[in-house]
Design a protein around this ligand. Sequence first.
Ligand SMILES: CC(C)(COP(=O)(O)OP(=O)(O)OC[C@H]1O[C@@H](n2cnc3c(N)ncnc32)[C@H](O)[C@@H]1OP(=O)(O)O)[C@@H](O)C(=O)NCCC(=O)NCCS
Length: 170
Amino acid sequence: MIAVDGELKIRKYQPADRGACRRLWRELTEWHRQIYQDPSIGGAHPEDLFDKHLEEVGADRLWVAVLGSEVVGLIGLVVKKGEAEIEPLIVSQPYRRRGVGRRLVETAVAEARRLGVSLISVKPVARNVEAIKFFHRQGFKTLGHVELILDLSGRAWKKGPKLFGCQFYF
Ligand SMILES: CC(C)(COP(=O)(O)OP(=O)(O)OC[C@H]1O[C@@H](n2cnc3c(N)ncnc32)[C@H](O)[C@@H]1OP(=O)(O)O)[C@@H](O)C(=O)NCCC(=O)NCCS
């Protein structure tokens, strides 16, 4: 692991960050492929979804974490009708558990407060236990929607958590 000290900077996205942010988006997809053991997630060029996201939400609500000259993390805040959603959030694997994600979330939350939004949501996939624990630690302790799936494909799911006494699979 790489030590993260006072050098860490969180700043707005700049066009020169595009290549690094595309790589981070790919890393986010690879994380999802790993937890679902499904190499098809995100298609052949998942990094293109970064450009699509940038086009949709604009550069103004995207921040990067920079260590030295390296972009090691990315966060976006999508604001609609007085509410906000964190999407995406990714810290490059060697830099995790060093406070980078926390600093990125603090930046997005500060911006949401400044804009006067009433709530901020985030929608991690159910199997992303690490991200759920991370967000819980950052104060995201209210459950919003719960998406339930009836899978007609016959795919095998792992035994997941219980909610209201009901056993779920994820
Ligand atoms: C989730 C993620 C952004 C966290 O970033 P990070 O830089 O590792 O997190 P931090 O080091 O800032 O952790 C902040 C706090 O959360 C806790 N935390 C972080 N990861 C955790 C984990 N896997 N399990 C339990 N707690 C965790 C830390 O212990 C820390 O606690 P502290 O406040 O007591 O120090 C990072 O793991 C990641 O990029 N994951 C893959 C992509 C992803 O899942 N993104 C979210 C999609 S919704």
